[in-house]
Write a protein that binds this ligand. Structure first.
Ligand code: V47
Ligand code: SF4
Length: 394
């Protein structure tokens, strides 16, 4: 179907008599490519029913990418789960004073993880962990330098703003100095973690002792200006309101207008297993899909919306592809403890490339393996798999 045919099909859907007139007006703006105000974004959350939001988000998604659905081959290193902070939603960290209950990897142990992937077609290492007072800027600078020396083609995506703010302060460097130093060692992009919810009152309540929203945003803005792209996340489904989610996305949209440095937006569903917010019920799958859809519609200047499949599970990830999502990440091993410890759907998040491709094809989409900055590595539209002797799909 052409974009024009799709536009008239969606036009018919949204002008149906049961659709609220305010939403009809908003949908017309979306179809004509006009930016929504925060008030209109809020109306989508408050008045939009899931199938309406899905149709509109899918229109935006297909206008940007057609059926293309991206994934990458990456692996995670979590240097430590010992953390000086005490976020109420975190199931993973152990306070420094209880450090015998946690883990801390040496530089050589982390390099051994990298070496495990020698000869394998991974393109990215994602390094994120707790904030350990003894793992400083120079420890991580050396780690990145050694990873790049061992494997120059591996893209290093590392450290949330929370980790960066702490290590820069300890090294008495400002953000420009700290990021420049890490870039010189081989840092190539930043993951999106630590954003949580930018509203200061909610942030104080759930993550009061770590870097502020303004600091998170400033680190990403500085990184973008230094040529380091990044991702952005939003932790949703806890004590925040829809207005807080729109405020969060609006701050990201304004920053993206200034820098164009964000690659992708990743909504992260709050999971309630064994943390200080376990009394809060998790939101439903309908709420997840609505949230993906509103994000896709509202964040008009973000290229991509990613569903982190180990967190939401494989079937919801498939569903999300009809609600604005065009990327399902691509973690290929099971080292991501931050989610499994919080009660993620997938306790063994390991998919071969063939399984990821089939997951995408299974809902009629077109799988593309990408690198970190969304260059196409392999187009799997018509590709037939051959398997090598190690069982690794080429
Ligand atoms: O900032 C912690 C979240 C984030 C819980 O950039 C939780 O490609 C839900 O940001 N329930 C860190 N979420 C991980 C992260 C990430 C993940 C995947 C891809 C990328 C990327 C980034 O994990 C934290 C926090 O928001 N988190 N605990 C929990 N109980
Ligand atoms: Fe530490 Fe990150 Fe957990 Fe907060 S979310 S306690 S900063 S590991």
């Amino acid at each position: 179907m052409t974009i024009l045919a799709k536009a008239s099909a969606i036009d018919a859907l949204i002008t149906a008599p049961q659709v609220h007139p305010e939403l009809q007006k908003i949908a017309q703006k979306v179809i004509s490519g006009t930016r929504l105000t925060p008030e209109e974004g809020l109306a989508l959350y408050e008045k939009g029913e899931v199938s309406f939001l899905g149709a509109l988000a899918n229109f935006v998604r297909e206008k940007k990418h057609g059926d293309k659905t991206f994934f990458n081959r990456n692996f995670h290193i979590e240097p430590t789960n010992i953390c000086v902070f005490d976020c109420k939603f975190c199931s993973y960290s152990r306070l420094y004073k209880n450090r015998e209950a946690g883990w801390e990897l040496s530089k050589d142990q982390m390099l051994d993880i990298v070496k495990k992937y020698d000869g394998e077609p991974v393109t990215e290492v994602h390094i994120v962990g707790g904030v350990h007072p003894k793992m400083d800027l120079y420890f991580f600078g050396d780690l990145i330098r050694d990873i790049k020396a061992h494997r120059p083609d591996l893209h290093v995506k590392a450290f949330t703003s929370v980790e960066l703010d702490y290590m820069f302060r300890k090294a008495k460097m400002n953000y420009v100095e700290g990021l420049t130093y890490l870039k010189e060692q081989g840092l190539e992009s930043l993951p999106g973690g630590g954003a949580e919810i930018f509203d200061e009152v909610v942030r104080e309540e759930i993550a009061g002792d770590k870097c502020s929203s303004d600091q998170w945003l400033e680190i990403h803005e500085t990184a973008h200006k230094l040529g380091i792209p990044s991702n952005a996340t939003m932790l949703y489904g806890h004590i925040e309101t829809y207005a807080h989610r729109i405020d969060h996305m609006n701050r990201l949209r304004e920053l993206q207008d200034r820098t164009q440095g964000f690659n992708t937006f990743i909504p992260l569903k709050f999971r309630n297993k064994e943390n200080q917010m376990s009394d809060i019920a998790e939101v439903s799958v309908i709420e997840d899909l609505k949230n993906y859809a509103v994000a896709r519609i509202f964040l008009d200047n973000f290229g991509h919306v990613k569903a982190y499949w180990p967190m939401i599970g494989r079937t919801t990830a498939q569903l999300s592809l009809a609600f604005g999502v065009d990327d399902i990440d691509g973690t290929i091993d099971d080292s991501t403890k931050i989610y499994s410890m919080a009660g993620a759907e997938d306790q063994n998040p390991k998919l071969t490339t063939e399984q990821l491709v089939e997951l995408i094809r299974g809902v009629g989409r077109h799988p593309i393996e990408r690198d970190t900055i969304y260059n196409t590595i392999t187009d799997y539209k018509d590709k037939v798999f051959t398997t090598n002797t190690n069982g690794i799909n080429k």
